[in-house]
Design a protein around this ligand. Sequence first.
Ligand code: DGY
Length: 330
Amino acid sequence: MPKILVTRRTFDQAAAELRAAADVVIWEDADSPDQAGLIEAMRDVDALYAHITNQVDAAVMDAAPNLKVIAEFGVGYDNIDEAAATERGIAVCNTPGVLSESTADLAFALVMALGRRVNDLPGIVKNGEWGDFDPVGYLATDIHHKTLGIVGMGRIGAEVAKRGLGFDMEVIYHNRNPRNDVPGTIYVDSLEELLQRSDYVSLHNPLTPETTGLMSTEQFKLMKPTAYFVNTTRGPVVDQEALYEALKSGGIAGAAIDVTVPEPLPANHPLLTLDNCLVMPHVASATGDTRLKMAMMCVENVLAGIKGDWPPYCVNRDAIEGRSRLEGKA
Ligand code: DGY
């Protein structure tokens, strides 16, 4: 029987489908395995069903000489050393598409929460500080007819754009290449221009060496002091100290981030002392429907891999063809 390691608990339906085809070990502890624990658990594994909290490096791969497939639960797979996997002929897979809309929903909810002060005004009511009606009090920022700047116009960015257009926003974006399949959006060829023009900036580019630290002091300085910043992609795309300074000094009006460094963010982190910063616990894809679909895509990837077939959502197929550990059925 092939062996599958699943590094976090999963849906019953996913576990049942895996168990029908293989010996399955599901890591049930409250916390993910540390590196030594992961290496130890990899013994005799044919397929790894991995999560963002696992650093799947060469040592992890080498602990399982029969490893054929690594299926990441998520679209971002920056926690996997793709080059090391490719070198070893191991298929790397993810769950593209299925979480774009849910992630975009959260990004747009954060835009709305910041603009209309859904994050801070309820506190005034709760604290008994709700004073008499004040025509110039509790003022917020419109969403409609403001400029939404999207950094990274992939599947998720395009879904955020649709939401912005639906709210009559001007939607501008910066991307490696212009796209003409999201009508109504405006391409700007420099990040600088996007930051200067936007009332709301939302990040949607994957974490790569090029995007690490993309938003730092210089970039926050380009934003309007009235502008808001949203990050639902990966924590390291933002220099958090620079974000803290921008928020504290009034360089920008507010931020909402679903991803941080580290994750979880310690409760005494300076960002959590700021009233104009809203931090979510990395939940952009976390709806019941979407997470189940993601799990079932991982199951498809893993089951194909242990049978020696190409997994349907393989990201390195072109690169490993010829040296793949899969038997290579189409
Ligand atoms: C993703 O799919 O990349 C989510 O952030 C979960 O890791």
